[in-house]
Design a protein around this ligand. Structure first.
Ligand code: AMP
Length: 396
């Protein structure tokens, strides 16, 4: 249950409101290539502007490691936000993020106006949750709003530290929505509940597998992590990605799922290649991968096998691609899963990161119930962990 206060629970009119957003968007040649995260932040920003707050936005971008890097400036975000909000978003780019000019700019804000601070990670204290920067941030505002779901799993100055110096710290609409969908999916899913896990590494998803096995009716495992599971079952996997030290764990998980009566589906055929390149794919006849080849994507029989199960699902949670979807010859499995989820009548939740990127890239984002804006944060939430950026907010 989401039990934190939101912007709707506090008086915001005429108040200076510092909003931590997640504007960590990908840039290609200085241009924003995917603005999902900016769009995700709009409802909270618009609400505050309409309620006549003085809105001060902040966010990190990339990993500048405490140094000013022009390529990681939030200037393109300020420009895009100005267009989207149809009003100027005031912005001053300074390495120290906050200086006298920035303070003056904020002091001069009129109710309903919006300003954006420079990349918080230009300050070395940010990722260390340093007190000096936390205090400086807090000194700008009367109220703190966290709406950065993508960084809610990090205890940084702008997500956690600042709340120690501002009594009123509440959630924005995006965090509320993320936790509603992710929380309900996991806590009271409409059944059958199927989780699909993919992506490169088993080790990244160990706790998620452990936690989800307690909740799901079936678990589908594809992508790079599936070969460790196939190896545990005695199949040959050629040169495919494998984590030797996780084979025993994979075996245990397969046994555990069996004991619990949970279906655990693994690929039954593959698209393989001799090299990690966008080669012409070879299809295997079964789950085995011959020597000299590596698994790059799931095969057609697997697509059918997974789809059949998904057709009967009422809730589906998906995290991680089914293959090396960045290569056009190896995106078929990921594409097919995205298409199936777009077509079925079920609650479909995409757990951020690469699967969210794939769904957006393939044009299916409108068809999903919810696409999380936080890859790491949604994974940690699905592991059952407490997210510090949310924990720090005022309880209802
Ligand atoms: P993750 O960050 O763990 O969700 O993993 C995403 C990455 O897994 C993507 O960059 C995919 O290219 C990669 N991936 C998926 N399937 C495979 C595979 N069969 N072999 C190697 N990498 C894969």
């Amino acid at each position: 249950m989401f039990n934190k206060k939101t912007v709707k629970d506090v008086e915001v009119e005429n108040k200076k409101v510092l909003v931590r957003c997640d504007f960590n968007v990908p840039l290609v040649d200085g241009k924003i290539s995917d603005e999902t995260r900016i769009l995700g932040a709009l409802p909270t920003i618009k609400y505050l502007a309409e309620k006549k707050s003085k809105v001060i936005l902040c966010s990190h971008m990339g990993k500048p490691k405490g140094e000013y890097k022009l390529s990681l400036s939030l200037k393109p975000v300020a420009e895009r936000l100005s267009e989207l909000l149809n009003q100027e978003v005031k912005f001053i780019s300074v390495p120290e993020v906050i200086n006298d000019d920035v303070r003056k700019m904020i002091e001069s804000l009129q109710p309903g106006q919006v300003a954006l601070l420079e990349n918080t990670r230009f300050r070395v204290e940010e990722t260390k949750n340093g007190e000096v920067f936390s205090k400086e941030l807090a000194s700008l505002a009367d109220i703190f709003v966290n709406d950065a779901f993508g960084t809610a799993h990090r205890a940084h100055s702008s997500t956690v530290g600042v709340t120690e110096f501002l009594e009123t710290a509440v959630s924005g609409f995006l965090i509320e929505k993320e936790l509603k969908f992710l929380g309900e999916a996991v806590e009271k899913p409409e059944k059958p509940f199927v989780a699909i896990l993919g992506g490169a590494k088993v080790s990244d998803k160990i706790s998620v597998i452990d936690n989800l096995l307690q909740k799901v009716d079936a678990l589908i495992i594809g992508g790079g992590m599936s070969y460790t599971f196939l190896k545990a079952q005695g199949y040959s996997i050629g040169n495919s990605l494998v984590e030797e030290d996780k084979v025993v764990y994979a075996k245990k998980m397969i046994e555990k799922a069996n004991e619990m009566g949970i279906e655990l589906l693994l690929p039954i055929d593959h698209r393989i290649s001799k090299e990690f390149k966008n080669t012409d794919p070879t299809l295997t006849k079964d789950a085995n991968i011959p020597d000299g080849f590596m698994g790059m994507d799931i095969g057609d029989m697997t697509i059918g096998f997974f789809e059949e199960l998904l057709l009967s699902a009422k809730t589906v949670l998906w995290n991680g691609p089914m293959g090396v979807f960045e290569f056009s010859n190896y995106n078929k499995g990921t594409y097919a899963i995205a298409q199936t989820l777009a077509n079925i009548k079920a609650i479909t939740i995409i757990g951020g990161g690469d699967s969210a990127a794939a769904v957006t890239q393939l044009g299916f984002s409108e068809e999903m119930t919810h696409i999380s804006t936080g890859g790491g944060a949604s994974l940690e939430f699905l592991e059952g962990k407490v997210l510090p950026g949310i924990e720090a907010l005022n309880d209802k």
